[in-house]
Design a protein around this ligand. Structure first.
Ligand code: HEC
Length: 512
Protein backbone atom coordinates (compact mmCIF):
# COMPACT_ATOMS: atom_id res chain seq x y z
CA UNK A 1 0.00 0.00 0.00
CA UNK A 2 1.08 3.52 -0.63
CA UNK A 3 0.95 5.68 2.45
CA UNK A 4 -0.18 9.25 2.06
CA UNK A 5 2.89 11.36 1.72
CA UNK A 6 2.14 13.29 4.85
CA UNK A 7 1.27 11.68 8.14
CA UNK A 8 0.03 13.74 10.96
CA UNK A 9 0.88 12.55 14.39
CA UNK A 10 0.58 14.17 17.64
CA UNK A 11 3.83 13.13 19.04
CA UNK A 12 4.65 10.43 21.35
CA UNK A 13 6.14 10.02 24.50
CA UNK A 14 8.37 7.51 25.75
CA UNK A 15 8.85 8.11 29.30
CA UNK A 16 10.67 6.58 32.05
CA UNK A 17 8.52 3.54 31.83
CA UNK A 18 10.54 2.61 28.84
CA UNK A 19 8.26 0.84 26.45
CA UNK A 20 9.68 1.29 23.03
CA UNK A 21 6.95 3.41 21.63
CA UNK A 22 8.62 5.61 19.18
CA UNK A 23 6.00 4.88 16.67
CA UNK A 24 3.52 5.46 19.33
CA UNK A 25 1.37 8.34 19.99
CA UNK A 26 3.29 11.05 20.59
CA UNK A 27 2.85 14.11 22.12
CA UNK A 28 3.97 17.18 23.61
CA UNK A 29 3.59 16.69 27.30
CA UNK A 30 3.39 20.37 27.78
CA UNK A 31 0.62 20.71 25.41
CA UNK A 32 -2.64 19.42 26.67
CA UNK A 33 -4.39 21.12 23.82
CA UNK A 34 -3.06 19.32 20.80
CA UNK A 35 -3.74 20.91 17.51
CA UNK A 36 -4.24 24.59 17.48
CA UNK A 37 -6.41 24.95 14.46
CA UNK A 38 -8.88 27.55 15.50
CA UNK A 39 -12.49 26.58 15.68
CA UNK A 40 -15.67 28.53 15.78
CA UNK A 41 -17.83 27.70 18.75
CA UNK A 42 -20.24 24.97 17.83
CA UNK A 43 -23.68 26.29 17.27
CA UNK A 44 -25.14 22.92 18.03
CA UNK A 45 -28.75 22.01 17.72
CA UNK A 46 -29.79 21.06 14.26
CA UNK A 47 -29.29 17.51 13.20
CA UNK A 48 -29.32 17.82 9.43
CA UNK A 49 -28.02 20.59 7.21
CA UNK A 50 -30.98 22.86 6.62
CA UNK A 51 -31.71 25.10 3.69
CA UNK A 52 -31.67 28.83 4.37
CA UNK A 53 -34.49 31.06 3.12
CA UNK A 54 -34.23 31.30 -0.66
CA UNK A 55 -33.99 35.07 -0.67
CA UNK A 56 -30.69 35.24 1.16
CA UNK A 57 -27.63 35.00 -1.05
CA UNK A 58 -24.71 33.34 0.62
CA UNK A 59 -21.44 34.93 -0.47
CA UNK A 60 -17.81 34.15 0.15
CA UNK A 61 -16.95 37.57 1.57
CA UNK A 62 -19.83 37.69 4.01
CA UNK A 63 -20.52 34.09 5.00
CA UNK A 64 -17.82 31.69 3.89
CA UNK A 65 -14.58 33.58 4.54
CA UNK A 66 -15.14 33.69 8.32
CA UNK A 67 -15.69 29.91 8.37
CA UNK A 68 -12.61 29.17 6.27
CA UNK A 69 -10.36 31.63 8.06
CA UNK A 70 -11.18 30.21 11.47
CA UNK A 71 -11.31 26.53 10.62
CA UNK A 72 -9.15 25.83 7.61
CA UNK A 73 -6.43 28.43 6.98
CA UNK A 74 -4.20 27.44 9.90
CA UNK A 75 -3.33 24.24 8.01
CA UNK A 76 -4.16 25.41 4.49
CA UNK A 77 -1.36 27.96 4.01
CA UNK A 78 2.17 27.96 2.69
CA UNK A 79 4.66 25.90 4.69
CA UNK A 80 1.95 24.02 6.61
CA UNK A 81 0.57 20.53 6.42
CA UNK A 82 -2.26 20.88 3.88
CA UNK A 83 -1.41 20.57 0.18
CA UNK A 84 -2.98 23.87 -0.99
CA UNK A 85 -3.84 27.25 0.51
CA UNK A 86 -7.33 28.35 1.55
CA UNK A 87 -6.72 32.03 2.16
CA UNK A 88 -8.56 33.86 -0.59
CA UNK A 89 -11.74 33.82 -2.64
CA UNK A 90 -9.84 32.38 -5.61
CA UNK A 91 -8.40 29.58 -3.48
CA UNK A 92 -11.87 28.61 -2.26
CA UNK A 93 -13.77 29.07 -5.52
CA UNK A 94 -11.40 26.75 -7.36
CA UNK A 95 -12.32 23.95 -4.95
CA UNK A 96 -15.83 24.96 -3.96
CA UNK A 97 -17.48 21.62 -4.86
CA UNK A 98 -14.77 19.63 -3.14
CA UNK A 99 -15.02 21.82 -0.04
CA UNK A 100 -18.75 21.13 0.18
CA UNK A 101 -18.13 17.39 -0.10
CA UNK A 102 -15.33 17.16 2.45
CA UNK A 103 -17.18 19.27 5.01
CA UNK A 104 -20.46 17.35 4.61
CA UNK A 105 -18.63 14.06 4.99
CA UNK A 106 -16.70 15.40 8.03
CA UNK A 107 -13.38 14.59 6.37
CA UNK A 108 -12.42 18.25 6.86
CA UNK A 109 -11.66 19.83 9.18
CA UNK A 110 -10.16 16.64 10.62
CA UNK A 111 -11.69 15.61 13.96
CA UNK A 112 -12.12 12.00 15.06
CA UNK A 113 -13.78 11.96 18.48
CA UNK A 114 -17.50 11.81 19.23
CA UNK A 115 -17.34 14.90 21.46
CA UNK A 116 -15.99 18.25 20.33
CA UNK A 117 -15.53 21.83 21.35
CA UNK A 118 -17.49 21.67 24.60
CA UNK A 119 -14.97 19.22 26.01
CA UNK A 120 -11.70 19.53 24.12
CA UNK A 121 -9.42 22.48 23.54
CA UNK A 122 -8.67 23.24 19.91
CA UNK A 123 -11.20 20.81 18.46
CA UNK A 124 -11.71 21.50 14.78
CA UNK A 125 -15.31 21.02 13.95
CA UNK A 126 -17.93 22.86 11.91
CA UNK A 127 -21.49 23.31 13.06
CA UNK A 128 -24.31 21.93 10.93
CA UNK A 129 -25.26 25.52 10.04
CA UNK A 130 -21.78 26.21 8.76
CA UNK A 131 -21.74 23.02 6.70
CA UNK A 132 -25.13 23.92 5.24
CA UNK A 133 -23.94 27.42 4.36
CA UNK A 134 -20.99 26.04 2.43
CA UNK A 135 -23.34 23.77 0.47
CA UNK A 136 -25.67 26.67 -0.37
CA UNK A 137 -22.76 28.80 -1.47
CA UNK A 138 -21.41 26.06 -3.72
CA UNK A 139 -24.82 25.34 -5.24
CA UNK A 140 -25.31 29.05 -5.95
CA UNK A 141 -22.14 29.06 -8.07
CA UNK A 142 -19.76 30.22 -5.32
CA UNK A 143 -20.45 33.99 -5.54
CA UNK A 144 -17.80 36.35 -4.18
CA UNK A 145 -20.07 39.10 -2.75
CA UNK A 146 -19.33 42.68 -1.79
CA UNK A 147 -15.72 43.66 -1.10
CA UNK A 148 -16.81 45.54 2.01
CA UNK A 149 -18.09 42.32 3.60
CA UNK A 150 -14.71 40.57 3.54
CA UNK A 151 -13.20 40.22 7.01
CA UNK A 152 -9.45 40.83 7.42
CA UNK A 153 -7.34 37.81 6.51
CA UNK A 154 -6.15 35.82 9.53
CA UNK A 155 -2.63 36.50 10.75
CA UNK A 156 -0.33 33.59 11.49
CA UNK A 157 3.12 33.74 13.03
CA UNK A 158 6.01 32.92 10.75
CA UNK A 159 8.69 30.64 12.13
CA UNK A 160 8.52 29.81 15.85
CA UNK A 161 4.83 29.88 16.78
CA UNK A 162 5.49 30.76 20.43
CA UNK A 163 8.09 33.43 19.63
CA UNK A 164 11.86 33.09 19.99
CA UNK A 165 12.60 30.04 22.20
CA UNK A 166 14.85 30.21 25.29
CA UNK A 167 17.12 27.56 23.78
CA UNK A 168 17.44 25.98 20.35
CA UNK A 169 18.91 22.52 19.80
CA UNK A 170 19.84 20.73 16.60
CA UNK A 171 22.21 18.06 15.30
CA UNK A 172 25.70 19.16 14.33
CA UNK A 173 25.15 18.49 10.62
CA UNK A 174 22.36 17.71 8.14
CA UNK A 175 21.37 14.11 7.46
CA UNK A 176 21.31 12.75 3.91
CA UNK A 177 18.33 10.54 3.19
CA UNK A 178 18.26 8.14 0.22
CA UNK A 179 15.55 8.49 -2.43
CA UNK A 180 13.79 5.20 -1.85
CA UNK A 181 13.40 2.37 0.62
CA UNK A 182 12.01 1.77 4.08
CA UNK A 183 11.25 4.50 6.57
CA UNK A 184 14.22 5.63 8.68
CA UNK A 185 14.16 6.49 12.39
CA UNK A 186 17.26 8.60 13.00
CA UNK A 187 18.27 9.59 16.52
CA UNK A 188 20.37 12.74 16.98
CA UNK A 189 22.08 13.02 20.36
CA UNK A 190 22.30 16.63 21.51
CA UNK A 191 23.90 17.49 24.88
CA UNK A 192 22.08 20.15 26.93
CA UNK A 193 24.95 20.72 29.41
CA UNK A 194 22.69 22.25 32.08
CA UNK A 195 24.16 21.91 35.54
CA UNK A 196 20.80 21.94 37.33
CA UNK A 197 17.35 20.44 36.71
CA UNK A 198 15.08 22.69 34.68
CA UNK A 199 11.38 22.74 33.87
CA UNK A 200 10.13 23.01 30.33
CA UNK A 201 6.87 24.73 29.49
CA UNK A 202 6.80 23.80 25.81
CA UNK A 203 8.95 22.39 23.07
CA UNK A 204 8.48 23.45 19.48
CA UNK A 205 9.86 21.59 16.47
CA UNK A 206 10.85 23.14 13.14
CA UNK A 207 11.37 20.28 10.71
CA UNK A 208 14.22 20.95 8.30
CA UNK A 209 12.44 19.30 5.37
CA UNK A 210 8.64 18.96 5.29
CA UNK A 211 8.80 16.57 2.34
CA UNK A 212 10.31 13.76 4.39
CA UNK A 213 9.84 14.47 8.12
CA UNK A 214 6.91 12.34 9.28
CA UNK A 215 7.13 12.94 12.99
CA UNK A 216 9.67 13.88 15.65
CA UNK A 217 10.01 12.88 19.31
CA UNK A 218 12.45 14.40 21.75
CA UNK A 219 13.51 11.77 24.28
CA UNK A 220 15.84 12.41 27.19
CA UNK A 221 18.84 10.27 28.09
CA UNK A 222 20.84 10.60 31.28
CA UNK A 223 22.73 7.28 30.97
CA UNK A 224 25.20 8.31 28.27
CA UNK A 225 24.23 5.20 26.30
CA UNK A 226 22.72 7.15 23.42
CA UNK A 227 26.07 8.92 22.98
CA UNK A 228 27.75 5.54 22.67
CA UNK A 229 25.32 4.50 19.97
CA UNK A 230 25.90 7.77 18.15
CA UNK A 231 29.66 7.25 18.24
CA UNK A 232 29.28 3.73 16.84
CA UNK A 233 27.20 4.81 13.81
CA UNK A 234 28.75 6.89 11.00
CA UNK A 235 27.09 10.18 10.03
CA UNK A 236 25.02 12.42 12.30
CA UNK A 237 23.06 10.42 14.90
CA UNK A 238 22.26 6.71 14.78
CA UNK A 239 19.47 4.62 13.31
CA UNK A 240 17.07 2.85 15.65
CA UNK A 241 13.69 1.51 14.65
CA UNK A 242 10.90 1.85 17.12
CA UNK A 243 12.41 3.08 20.35
CA UNK A 244 15.76 4.81 20.73
CA UNK A 245 17.52 1.62 21.81
CA UNK A 246 18.12 2.83 25.36
CA UNK A 247 15.60 3.31 28.15
CA UNK A 248 14.81 7.03 28.07
CA UNK A 249 14.76 9.17 31.18
CA UNK A 250 11.72 10.99 29.86
CA UNK A 251 10.53 12.99 26.91
CA UNK A 252 9.96 16.62 26.06
CA UNK A 253 7.19 15.61 23.70
CA UNK A 254 7.10 15.68 19.98
CA UNK A 255 5.73 16.97 16.75
CA UNK A 256 3.61 15.97 13.81
CA UNK A 257 2.46 18.13 10.91
CA UNK A 258 -0.12 20.66 11.97
CA UNK A 259 0.81 20.44 15.64
CA UNK A 260 1.62 23.68 17.40
CA UNK A 261 2.56 23.39 21.06
CA UNK A 262 0.94 25.52 23.72
CA UNK A 263 2.79 26.66 26.78
CA UNK A 264 1.94 24.70 29.93
CA UNK A 265 -0.13 26.46 32.57
CA UNK A 266 1.82 28.59 35.04
CA UNK A 267 3.26 26.48 37.84
CA UNK A 268 3.46 23.31 35.74
CA UNK A 269 6.32 21.92 33.66
CA UNK A 270 8.14 18.91 32.28
CA UNK A 271 11.35 17.96 34.05
CA UNK A 272 14.57 18.31 32.04
CA UNK A 273 17.12 16.60 34.33
CA UNK A 274 20.52 18.23 34.64
CA UNK A 275 23.12 16.98 32.22
CA UNK A 276 20.51 15.17 30.09
CA UNK A 277 21.08 14.59 26.40
CA UNK A 278 18.18 15.26 24.10
CA UNK A 279 17.76 12.31 21.76
CA UNK A 280 15.84 13.77 18.87
CA UNK A 281 14.29 10.93 16.95
CA UNK A 282 13.10 11.89 13.48
CA UNK A 283 10.92 9.46 11.57
CA UNK A 284 11.58 9.92 7.84
CA UNK A 285 9.34 8.84 5.01
CA UNK A 286 11.32 8.82 1.76
CA UNK A 287 10.17 11.09 -1.06
CA UNK A 288 11.49 9.40 -4.20
CA UNK A 289 14.51 11.68 -4.50
CA UNK A 290 17.54 12.20 -2.30
CA UNK A 291 16.81 14.72 0.46
CA UNK A 292 18.62 16.35 3.36
CA UNK A 293 17.20 17.39 6.71
CA UNK A 294 18.38 19.33 9.72
CA UNK A 295 15.50 19.56 12.19
CA UNK A 296 15.61 22.03 15.09
CA UNK A 297 13.78 22.16 18.38
CA UNK A 298 13.08 25.24 20.45
CA UNK A 299 12.64 24.92 24.20
CA UNK A 300 10.63 27.36 26.32
CA UNK A 301 11.42 27.14 30.01
CA UNK A 302 8.76 27.61 32.69
CA UNK A 303 8.84 31.27 33.67
CA UNK A 304 7.83 31.19 37.32
CA UNK A 305 8.35 28.60 40.06
CA UNK A 306 7.04 25.15 39.15
CA UNK A 307 4.78 23.53 41.73
CA UNK A 308 3.76 20.42 39.77
CA UNK A 309 5.52 18.16 37.33
CA UNK A 310 3.60 17.21 34.23
CA UNK A 311 3.80 13.43 34.14
CA UNK A 312 2.43 10.80 31.88
CA UNK A 313 1.20 7.27 32.20
CA UNK A 314 0.26 4.65 29.69
CA UNK A 315 -2.79 2.46 29.64
CA UNK A 316 -1.47 -0.30 27.44
CA UNK A 317 -2.08 -3.82 26.28
CA UNK A 318 0.97 -5.33 24.60
CA UNK A 319 -0.68 -8.75 24.37
CA UNK A 320 -2.80 -8.00 21.34
CA UNK A 321 -3.05 -10.77 18.80
CA UNK A 322 -5.37 -9.84 15.97
CA UNK A 323 -6.39 -12.86 13.90
CA UNK A 324 -6.15 -12.63 10.12
CA UNK A 325 -9.55 -11.75 8.69
CA UNK A 326 -11.12 -10.61 11.98
CA UNK A 327 -13.08 -7.45 11.19
CA UNK A 328 -13.93 -6.65 14.78
CA UNK A 329 -11.16 -7.72 17.13
CA UNK A 330 -11.84 -6.16 20.51
CA UNK A 331 -9.37 -5.81 23.32
CA UNK A 332 -9.06 -3.97 26.62
CA UNK A 333 -6.47 -2.54 28.97
CA UNK A 334 -6.76 -1.13 32.42
CA UNK A 335 -4.69 0.78 34.96
CA UNK A 336 -5.26 1.80 38.52
CA UNK A 337 -4.56 5.36 39.60
CA UNK A 338 -2.63 5.42 42.87
CA UNK A 339 -2.84 9.11 43.78
CA UNK A 340 -5.41 11.85 43.42
CA UNK A 341 -4.51 13.19 39.99
CA UNK A 342 -5.65 15.78 37.48
CA UNK A 343 -5.72 14.61 33.86
CA UNK A 344 -4.73 17.21 31.27
CA UNK A 345 -4.94 15.27 28.02
CA UNK A 346 -5.36 11.86 26.45
CA UNK A 347 -3.54 10.52 23.38
CA UNK A 348 -4.87 7.24 21.99
CA UNK A 349 -2.54 5.28 19.76
CA UNK A 350 -3.08 2.40 17.35
CA UNK A 351 -1.78 1.73 13.84
CA UNK A 352 -3.58 1.08 10.54
CA UNK A 353 -6.02 -1.60 11.70
CA UNK A 354 -7.49 0.51 14.51
CA UNK A 355 -11.23 1.27 14.29
CA UNK A 356 -12.08 2.94 17.54
CA UNK A 357 -10.82 3.44 21.07
CA UNK A 358 -12.73 4.44 24.15
CA UNK A 359 -11.05 5.50 27.36
CA UNK A 360 -13.04 5.99 30.54
CA UNK A 361 -12.49 6.13 34.26
CA UNK A 362 -14.31 4.00 36.86
CA UNK A 363 -14.19 5.95 40.11
CA UNK A 364 -14.05 4.30 43.53
CA UNK A 365 -17.54 5.64 44.31
CA UNK A 366 -18.94 3.58 41.43
CA UNK A 367 -19.44 6.48 39.06
CA UNK A 368 -17.93 6.58 35.60
CA UNK A 369 -16.27 9.44 33.71
CA UNK A 370 -15.66 9.34 29.99
CA UNK A 371 -12.24 10.58 28.92
CA UNK A 372 -12.43 10.26 25.16
CA UNK A 373 -14.06 8.08 22.54
CA UNK A 374 -12.30 8.18 19.18
CA UNK A 375 -15.08 6.60 17.18
CA UNK A 376 -13.44 7.12 13.80
CA UNK A 377 -9.81 6.14 14.36
CA UNK A 378 -7.55 7.44 11.61
CA UNK A 379 -3.84 6.64 11.62
CA UNK A 380 -3.23 9.85 9.68
CA UNK A 381 -4.97 12.04 12.22
CA UNK A 382 -3.71 10.99 15.58
CA UNK A 383 -4.52 13.72 18.00
CA UNK A 384 -3.89 14.88 21.47
CA UNK A 385 -7.23 15.33 23.16
CA UNK A 386 -6.61 18.19 25.56
CA UNK A 387 -9.37 18.63 28.13
CA UNK A 388 -10.73 22.16 28.42
CA UNK A 389 -11.54 21.37 32.02
CA UNK A 390 -8.76 19.16 33.41
CA UNK A 391 -10.36 16.06 34.96
CA UNK A 392 -9.84 15.12 38.62
CA UNK A 393 -9.51 11.40 39.27
CA UNK A 394 -9.29 10.21 42.87
CA UNK A 395 -6.81 7.55 43.99
CA UNK A 396 -8.21 4.09 43.32
CA UNK A 397 -9.79 5.07 40.02
CA UNK A 398 -9.51 2.42 37.34
CA UNK A 399 -8.76 3.81 33.87
CA UNK A 400 -10.27 1.46 31.30
CA UNK A 401 -9.55 1.26 27.60
CA UNK A 402 -11.46 -0.64 24.93
CA UNK A 403 -10.10 -0.79 21.39
CA UNK A 404 -11.35 -2.41 18.22
CA UNK A 405 -9.45 -3.40 15.09
CA UNK A 406 -10.35 -4.47 11.56
CA UNK A 407 -7.88 -7.01 10.16
CA UNK A 408 -10.08 -8.06 7.22
CA UNK A 409 -9.60 -7.40 3.52
CA UNK A 410 -12.51 -4.94 3.76
CA UNK A 411 -10.24 -2.52 5.63
CA UNK A 412 -8.73 -0.49 2.77
CA UNK A 413 -5.84 0.53 5.04
CA UNK A 414 -4.88 -3.05 5.89
CA UNK A 415 -1.18 -3.03 4.96
CA UNK A 416 -1.03 -6.77 4.35
CA UNK A 417 -2.93 -8.76 1.72
CA UNK A 418 -4.00 -11.35 2.37
CA UNK A 419 -4.28 -10.38 6.05
CA UNK A 420 -1.92 -12.07 8.51
CA UNK A 421 -2.17 -12.38 12.27
CA UNK A 422 -0.93 -9.11 13.72
CA UNK A 423 0.72 -8.61 17.11
CA UNK A 424 2.38 -5.77 19.00
CA UNK A 425 5.30 -4.11 17.23
CA UNK A 426 6.98 -0.94 16.07
CA UNK A 427 6.42 -1.12 12.34
CA UNK A 428 3.32 0.34 10.74
CA UNK A 429 2.41 -3.23 9.72
CA UNK A 430 2.37 -4.22 13.41
CA UNK A 431 -0.20 -2.92 15.89
CA UNK A 432 -0.28 -1.13 19.20
CA UNK A 433 -2.86 -0.50 21.88
CA UNK A 434 -1.98 2.43 24.12
CA UNK A 435 -3.44 5.58 25.56
CA UNK A 436 -1.11 8.17 27.09
CA UNK A 437 -2.56 10.27 29.88
CA UNK A 438 -0.83 13.49 30.90
CA UNK A 439 -1.52 14.51 34.44
CA UNK A 440 -0.33 16.22 37.56
CA UNK A 441 -0.45 14.78 41.08
CA UNK A 442 -2.72 16.84 43.35
CA UNK A 443 -0.61 16.39 46.49
CA UNK A 444 2.58 17.53 44.78
CA UNK A 445 3.81 20.99 45.73
CA UNK A 446 7.40 21.29 44.61
CA UNK A 447 7.52 24.86 45.87
CA UNK A 448 6.82 23.52 49.39
CA UNK A 449 9.20 20.61 48.99
CA UNK A 450 6.35 18.09 48.61
CA UNK A 451 7.37 15.75 45.82
CA UNK A 452 5.03 13.05 44.54
CA UNK A 453 6.62 9.69 43.96
CA UNK A 454 6.07 8.38 40.48
CA UNK A 455 3.40 5.74 40.61
CA UNK A 456 5.13 2.38 40.73
CA UNK A 457 3.32 -0.56 39.20
CA UNK A 458 -0.07 1.05 39.00
CA UNK A 459 1.19 4.19 37.33
CA UNK A 460 4.65 3.91 35.91
CA UNK A 461 4.73 0.18 35.39
CA UNK A 462 6.12 0.23 31.90
CA UNK A 463 5.13 -2.47 29.50
CA UNK A 464 3.49 -4.55 32.19
CA UNK A 465 1.44 -1.73 33.61
CA UNK A 466 -1.67 -2.39 31.56
CA UNK A 467 -1.90 -6.03 32.55
CA UNK A 468 -4.11 -7.46 35.24
CA UNK A 469 -2.19 -8.24 38.46
CA UNK A 470 -2.21 -11.96 37.69
CA UNK A 471 -0.86 -11.52 34.20
CA UNK A 472 1.69 -9.02 35.40
CA UNK A 473 2.98 -11.49 37.98
CA UNK A 474 3.22 -14.16 35.34
CA UNK A 475 5.05 -11.83 32.96
CA UNK A 476 7.48 -10.81 35.68
CA UNK A 477 8.23 -14.46 36.34
CA UNK A 478 9.00 -14.97 32.69
CA UNK A 479 11.09 -11.94 31.95
CA UNK A 480 12.54 -10.54 35.18
CA UNK A 481 15.59 -12.79 35.00
CA UNK A 482 17.60 -11.00 37.67
CA UNK A 483 14.56 -10.90 39.95
CA UNK A 484 14.92 -7.25 40.93
CA UNK A 485 11.22 -6.62 40.49
CA UNK A 486 11.60 -4.60 37.30
CA UNK A 487 12.60 -5.14 33.71
CA UNK A 488 16.00 -3.84 32.68
CA UNK A 489 16.69 -2.98 29.05
CA UNK A 490 17.67 -6.50 28.05
CA UNK A 491 14.70 -8.09 29.82
CA UNK A 492 12.41 -5.55 28.28
CA UNK A 493 13.68 -6.34 24.77
CA UNK A 494 13.19 -10.06 25.41
CA UNK A 495 9.66 -9.43 26.63
CA UNK A 496 8.76 -7.29 23.63
CA UNK A 497 10.27 -9.77 21.17
CA UNK A 498 8.40 -12.59 22.83
CA UNK A 499 5.13 -10.71 22.75
CA UNK A 500 5.66 -9.92 19.11
CA UNK A 501 5.91 -13.63 18.40
CA UNK A 502 3.28 -14.91 20.79
CA UNK A 503 0.83 -12.13 21.45
CA UNK A 504 -2.02 -13.13 23.68
CA UNK A 505 -0.75 -16.67 24.07
CA UNK A 506 1.39 -15.57 26.98
CA UNK A 507 -0.62 -17.08 29.84
CA UNK A 508 -0.98 -20.42 28.12
CA UNK A 509 2.45 -21.14 26.75
CA UNK A 510 5.30 -19.62 28.72
CA UNK A 511 8.58 -19.54 26.82
CA UNK A 512 11.16 -22.17 27.71
C1 HEC B 1 -5.36 20.27 10.90
C2 HEC B 1 -5.08 20.66 9.57
C3 HEC B 1 -6.23 20.90 8.60
C4 HEC B 1 -7.37 21.64 8.82
C5 HEC B 1 -7.78 22.40 10.06
C6 HEC B 1 -8.11 21.57 7.57
N1 HEC B 1 -7.44 20.83 6.65
FE1 HEC B 1 -8.06 20.36 4.78
N2 HEC B 1 -6.48 19.17 4.51
C7 HEC B 1 -5.45 19.01 5.40
C8 HEC B 1 -4.51 18.04 4.85
C9 HEC B 1 -3.23 17.58 5.50
C10 HEC B 1 -5.02 17.62 3.63
C11 HEC B 1 -4.44 16.58 2.69
C12 HEC B 1 -5.17 15.30 2.99
C13 HEC B 1 -4.35 14.09 2.76
O1 HEC B 1 -3.22 14.17 2.28
O2 HEC B 1 -4.87 13.02 3.11
C14 HEC B 1 -6.25 18.35 3.45
C15 HEC B 1 -7.06 18.20 2.33
C16 HEC B 1 -8.17 18.96 2.06
C17 HEC B 1 -8.95 18.88 0.85
C18 HEC B 1 -8.70 17.94 -0.30
C19 HEC B 1 -9.38 16.64 0.02
C20 HEC B 1 -9.08 15.58 -0.99
O3 HEC B 1 -9.84 14.61 -0.97
O4 HEC B 1 -8.11 15.68 -1.72
C21 HEC B 1 -9.95 19.81 0.96
C22 HEC B 1 -11.02 20.14 -0.07
C23 HEC B 1 -9.81 20.45 2.25
N3 HEC B 1 -8.72 19.90 2.89
C24 HEC B 1 -10.63 21.43 2.74
C25 HEC B 1 -10.58 21.89 4.05
C26 HEC B 1 -11.55 22.80 4.60
C27 HEC B 1 -12.71 23.39 3.83
C28 HEC B 1 -11.19 23.01 5.90
C29 HEC B 1 -11.90 23.84 6.93
C30 HEC B 1 -13.32 23.70 7.04
C31 HEC B 1 -10.00 22.23 6.16
N4 HEC B 1 -9.67 21.56 5.01
C32 HEC B 1 -9.33 22.19 7.37
C33 HEC B 1 -5.31 19.63 6.62
C34 HEC B 1 -6.28 20.41 7.23
Amino acid sequence: MKFPSIFRWPLALALTSGVAVSCAGLLNQSQPGGFTAIGLPAKGGSVAPKAAPAAKVVTFNKDIAPIIYSNCSSCHRAGEVAPFPLLSYDDAKKRAKQIAIVTESHVMPPWKADEGKEKFADAHQLSMDEIAKIRQWTDAGAPEGAKADLPPAPKFAQGWQNGEPDAIFQATEAYNLAAEGDDVYRCYVIPTNYTEDRYVSAMEVRPGNHAVVHHVIAYLDTSGKAREKDAADPGPGYTSFGGIGVTPAGSLGGWAPGLVPRLADAGEGILLPKGADIVLQVHYHKSGKPETDLTKIGVYFAKGPVDKRIRSMMVINPLIRIPAGDANYTTTATRKVRDDITVLSITPHMHLLGKDMQISAALPDGSEKKLVHVNDWDFNWQMIYGLKQPMKLPAGTQVNLTARYDNSTDNPLNPTTPPRTVTWGEQTTDEMCIAFLFYTVDSEHLTKGEVAETMPGGGGGGILGGLSPGLRQMAMKLFDKDGDGKLNEEERQTALAWWRDHGAAIPATPPQ
